[in-house]
Design a protein around this ligand. Sequence first.
Ligand code: AMP
Length: 405
Amino acid sequence: MKKKSIKDIDLKGKTVFVRVDFNVPIKDGKIEDDTRIRGALPTIKYAIEQGAKVVLASHLGRPLKDKKKAEEKGTPYDSAKYTLRPVAERLSELLESEVGFEGADIASQIATLAPGGILMRENLRFHPGEEKNDAEFAKNLAEGIDVYVNDAFGTAHRAHASTEGITHFVDTCVAGLLMEKELEFLGKALNDPERPFVAILGGAKVSDKIPVIESLIKRKVDKLLIGGAMAYTFFKAQGYTVGKSLVEDEMMPKALEIEAQAKAAGVELLLPTDHQVVDSYDPLNSRKAIQIEFTNAGLVGLDIGPDTAATFAKALEGSKTIVWNGPMGMFEEKPFDEGTIAIANAVAEATDNGATSIVGGGDSVAAVNQAGLADRISHISTGGGATLEFLAGDTLPGVAALDDK
Ligand code: AMP
């Protein structure tokens, strides 16, 4: 079902609550990466241009969890780490206009906003009611609000007060421009992909990705490429020695089941044929690429090998839809990022040649950015878990709560 967007409604003079994702990395009060703030600019600018009064709200990290941990351990807890104040300042610079910030009386701040004015609420997760989706807190958030806009796809898989609860207290609930773009690209890949459709999955745990793998097989993706540590569960289940590579033993039967499902559905499932390994006794000096079947008990696999990178790149040639989530190896540790960067290049090349590509998940998106390939990818999804849940065919509470078109 298509969702109403901010473009479908009249905003003039309305007080609009925009749930944004300003969960940005901040160190010593300085923002290290403002991509998410920039990502919200189109929706904010649009709302202002239409004469709306804008109230922005986001979470930042997990302050209450941190506080609880600190109390348990008897270590100090610093709430200042979690304030959104630096984000309001950066936003103000980017917009070249003033952005107000939540003070002691937010209700009157909202009531006195002028058309075109912007007010940012403090970190929603300072309130226990946010993650609990507490109705009283949600009602509070809705006070004085005429229109609710959700532009935070990355948290739409959580039913929290600002993503779901609030929608019960506001009459008009719509998608922001960023959310609309996510739903468009991911919705098309899920329901009506141009073929051949190739999915690439990686990362540490196969258990996290089972629903999305099964959904992709059911929807008859043409090829499914699996890399990263999650491939070792498949190899061990097939009887290979995987040494000290990461494996989820309890998932081995599921891995075999997935292979059978893929075969029955006519989905080509590609696993790595070679990998970069290190000797667990001398990890710094022993990196080498070997075929999977030559792995012995003392080795750890940390990345796909060059043969696999070439095979996966070839599998992407001629594709019309590509979905990629998860790194091909221990991406954070150079040179074990090489396999992931090779895939990022192959996805960009396939996109140049006519594929629609969607990349989601922190590491894969970081790989694309590091390699300077972001503008050669059709859609960089702002969701990690939300993207996977959407592609698994699950209903995201934060999306379901929006008005249908
Ligand atoms: P996930 O959260 O499941 O997407 O997994 C991401 C993590 O998987 C990253 O931190 C990678 O370092 C890790 N990873 C991927 N492949 C490997 C591997 N072969 N060995 C160890 N860690 C890996």
